[in-house]
Design a protein around this ligand. Structure first.
Ligand SMILES: [Zn+2]
Length: 197
């Protein structure tokens, strides 16, 4: 059993913003780091409903814009992007259940302190992440590393796919493999792919 809650101890921050300002931010206890420069870059991306990944030194940052709110999570490199995506999906759902954010923003009569209690929700999501069952770990052989890699996939990514098997690229140690995953989370093929950018 993979201890996702343990892996998520490597989180650096979770931020919820609109285009103007931060509405909510969670950081681990005793973290005084500021991610304002990263968040400014994230806000410049106008595209909605698609997850974006940023590699930054020894950090990974994932962000998505949904209904004019921007959800961002940052972690050390140990955390796979799909796990960060699954975390953001859960955070965005809970945040919108707990708060009618849209009407707060429309009427402008709110103080961000009213979202402080969401820190407890974040801690509960992290602590209970295994029980959520939103991700699975697959074992995928890499012909370059000559080893079997643990790759985390979001269940929503497989279950909402338009066709099967679903392709997934896993970039690691300067190279990438393309794996094909079927409905039952079986890996149906693995290829080495070239990367550019
Ligand atoms: Zn490899």
């Amino acid at each position: 059993m993979v201890e996702y809650s343990q892996i998520l101890q490597n989180l650096e921050f979770i931020n919820i913003s609109n285009d103007e300002f931060t509405i909510f931010e969670w950081k681990p206890p005793r973290s005084y780091k500021s991610f304002i420069l990263d968040l400014n870059i994230v806000k410049q991306n106008p595209v909605s409903n698609i997850f974006f990944h940023i590699f930054k030194g020894n950090m990974k940052i994932v962000h998505i814009r949904i209904n004019d709110l921007i959800y961002t999570a940052g972690s050390t490199n140990q955390v796979q992007f799909q796990l960060l995506e699954a975390l953001i999906e859960k955070v965005s759902i809970e945040f919108n259940i707990k708060y009618d954010v849209e009407s707060y923003i429309t009427y402008g009569n709110f103080s961000t302190t009213q979202f402080n209690s969401f820190n407890k929700n974040i801690e509960d999501i992290i602590a209970g992440f295994n029980e959520l069952g939103t991700v699975r770990e697959l074992k995928v052989p890499c012909m370059v590393c000559n080893t079997v890699l643990p790759i985390i996939v979001k269940k929503s990514f497989i279950e909402n796919a338009e066709s099967y098997p679903v392709p997934l690229v896993y970039t690691h140690n300067g190279h990438a493999i393309l794996c094909f995953i079927d409905k039952n989370y079986d890996v149906r093929g693995v290829e080495l792919v070239n990367i550019t950018g």
